[in-house]
Structures are given as C-alpha cells and as structure tokens.
Design a protein. Sequence first.
Length: 530
Amino acid sequence: MNNYFFQLSQMMQRYTVGQRIIIATLLIGMGSAMVSLVMWANRPEYVVLFADMDPSVASKMVGDLQGSKVEYKLDNGGRTLLIPKENVSEWRLRFTELGYVGDMISGYEIFDNNDIGMTSFKQKLNMRRALEGELTRTINQFPGVLNSRVHLALPEGKLFQEEKGGKASIVLFLTPGTYLDRGQVKGITALIANAVDGIEPDAVVVVNSDGNLLSDNQGEQAVMGAAGNQWDLKIAVESTIQAKVQDILDGVLGFQNSFAKVAVDLNFEQIERTTEAYDPENVVVLSEERQTETSLGADSAEYSKENVLTNYELNKTTEHYIAPSGEIQRLSVAVLVNGRYIKTVDEDGNETKEYVSRSSKELSQITALVKSAVGFKEARGDLVQVENIQFDKSAVEEDLVYFEKVESKAIWAGIINKGILFASILVAFFFVKSLLKNVGSGEGDNMMALLPNMPSVALPAGYQQQAPGKIMAPVEQEIDEDIFIKKLSPEARAKIKAKDKMTTSVVEHAKNSPESAAKLVRSWISQPGR
C-alpha cells in the first residue's frame, strides 16, 4: 500500500498544477458517479403500507418506524405511509398486532382498569361500549369488510312498565367492488340478535358506507312475503346450471372462448289436494244385528221369527297430495361461441392470425353437450340456442400489450442500471491501471493521451511539449560549473577541491597498481561489519 501511494505521488510530481487539478477533478467526478450509480441501483422500492389513515394513528406508526430505524415516506398529506417493499409484510403484521389498523377499537378490556366508586350509569355505558367494540371486531373479520361501526340502543328497564326490545344499527365499509348477498346480511343480523340480549333480527338495520339499506325491514317483509326467498331460489338455480354449462364449454373450447346465460321459470304454486276413492266391488261388513222371537200359537204350535240388520262399508282410499314448490317449468339456455384463430405466414414472412368460424357439426355437438348438462326436456318447452359470433378482444389485447411493454421496460431498466454500474467500474479500473503502468514504464503517458479531445492548454514558461501522447516535462537548462562553484561558500569550495584531489590520487594509484588496489578492495569485503 505504501509503495502504491509512493508511485502515485511520484507520478503526480511529473504533472503541472493545472494538470493535477484536472486529474483530481476527473477522479472525484468518477468516484461520485460510481457512488451515485450504486446508490441509485440499490435504492429501496417504496410501496404503500397503509392509506387513508387517521393522523393520530399515522404519527404512532411513524414513531415506531423511527425507533426501529426503518426508512419511510409520507404522502397524501400524511395520510398514506410508504416503506421499503421488503419490510411491508413484517410491519403490517406488527401494526395489526398493536391495534393500529383501523380505529382503536376497545372491547371488554375497558373493564381491566375500573375506577373505584364508578357510578351505575358509567358501568352501563362501558358495557354498551364493550359490546359494540367486540361486535365490530368480529364483523371486521368478514371477507370484503374493511371496517364497520356498530350502534346499540338498549332501553332501560323500569318498574311497572312493559319491557321493550333493543335496536341495533350497523354501518359497513366494504372493499371497493365487493357486494354482500342477502344471506351474508342475514348472517350479520343474526349475529347481532344472538349476541345482545333483547334484540330481535327484525330490529337490526344494516347499511353500507353510501347509506344504502342492505337489510330487509318489517314493512318490506310484510308486503313481499315469500317473494324474496323465491327470487333467491331462482338466482341460485340459474347460477348452478350456468356454472355446469360454462365448465363444459371451457373444457371444450378453452378459456374465454364461450359465454353462457341461463333463465329458468319456476313454479311456486302450492297445490294441496285430498282424494277419496270408493270400490263397490269390495264390500266390508261393519256390523251385524240379529233379533229372534219365539211364540206359541192357538193350536199349541210354536212359531219363531228372526230379524237381521247388517251394516256394510264400501272400500275407500283417501289420498292427500301437496305439489312441490319451486319446480322448473321451463328452461332457456343461450350460448355464444367464439371461432378459432389460425396462424398464417405471408410471402414476406409476416405472421398473421385468421379468424375461422365454427362448423355446423361443431355447433351441433356443443348443443348436444349443453342439453345433456342442463337436463333438457322438450315436453316442457325447454330451449337451447348456440350461436357462433366472433368475440371482440381488442381491449384485452391492448391490455396485454401494455403490460408486456411495462414488464419489458422494467427488465431493461434493471439491465441498463447494472450495465452502467459495471461499465463505470471497468472504466475506473482501466484508468487507474493506465496511470500505474505509466509510472512503472517511465513513459509518462499523461491525461492528454487518455483524453485526446481535450482542448490544448498553454504551457508555462520553462516547459515544452514532447511527442504526442507523452507528458509535458520541464526543459533542463545546463549551468556552468564555475558559476555554480562561485555561488558556494569558501568552506564548501575548499571541501570540493580536497575531495577532487583525493579522488584523483586514488584513481591514479588504481591505474598504476591495479593488483594492490584489488587486494585492498577484497580485504574490505572480507572484513565483517564493513
């Protein structure tokens, strides 16, 4: 390392002050560019942790992130919190465990810190708050429910007064695009009615965040009667049959190449019939009564009389019949089938897709499959219609092209980022290697060789430009010995003259007696410590 810095210092001494400034500027610029590229390539990707938050909740989350030294960003006026993508799952679970998600809902833990001497009014109020909080927590776990609010109206029981039932109101904040069916709403009303004493399902009102009523009130139920259940049954039957048909079509034609709709007419009439049938050929004796009388006549003759009363009952069959409700009276199925696309190549080698309609044989086979799936009965007037129509998939293809472009841009952006970083490292490596090579070889290639398009710089006095690509070296000016000796002090001039005399005498002795001079040198070498 010391040798490296020594070579670097020796190399820098060969340049002028201006050249040193240029080299230092270039090195600092390249180093800054490399650091910027590394930071840019490794910068974290921020994603939304939570949005539309209450400022009080957001401040608590930010405090926890700062305490854990996790980077974050705030958007939408502090209501949207963004953190690096790799930390999202961990902090969502952590904030959920801490109760930061949604409102700070309190349940039965309200009673954990009871004040001594609490009034009965406050106890009842806390009990109602605890019930509302626990029910809110439960409803928030339902799929599609982001948040909810539960309001309970529990009447106070008074002496000598008829007890009144309570009421409940629920507001649901659903995920965008999510809708609750009638069964799910009934489940929420049943949950409230069974969790709170004194509240009936009819006294629970459920609305969404837009203020639309989701539950059925008593007035509607009185007017509609069983119409609501009949409509639900009709929808359920149609959905079941449609799913069967669509499964078969997807297996034969492929996904999104067919579309089926089913309509059913259900018979909701309730017929109750009692029939009694008599069989005259089969008679049954119910009862028989016999009376016998005996008497003596004038001629002392004995007379007898017998009366027989027999009651008969005809054989009777009694039949009580109730027709089933909800039976399918008529079934209609409409099926749209897309054609197939065949790839063709023209003379120029361009590949195109040509649309080909389904043949009559294929449509007949599809019709037979659909009839078998739905339980087709011609006697009740069922109808199955299958048509071949070309589907318009331009919007889907545009979306696919758009997403392919976005994905391709993301891939190329990553490749370019890494390529620029790698190229910068290579440039810096070869630049430093070139500088060290110039010092070791003694050629002294300077920055003018590395940067040939650099504008020429005026040379200072005493310097000259060598061959192209070589360093600018100062011109060596020879000085006369007499002038140099005159500038020395008398004592220094005397030492130089004495040294010259001694050197001259030694050289002359070596020339005259080379053998003795060689022996003297060998003796010096052989003596240790010399």
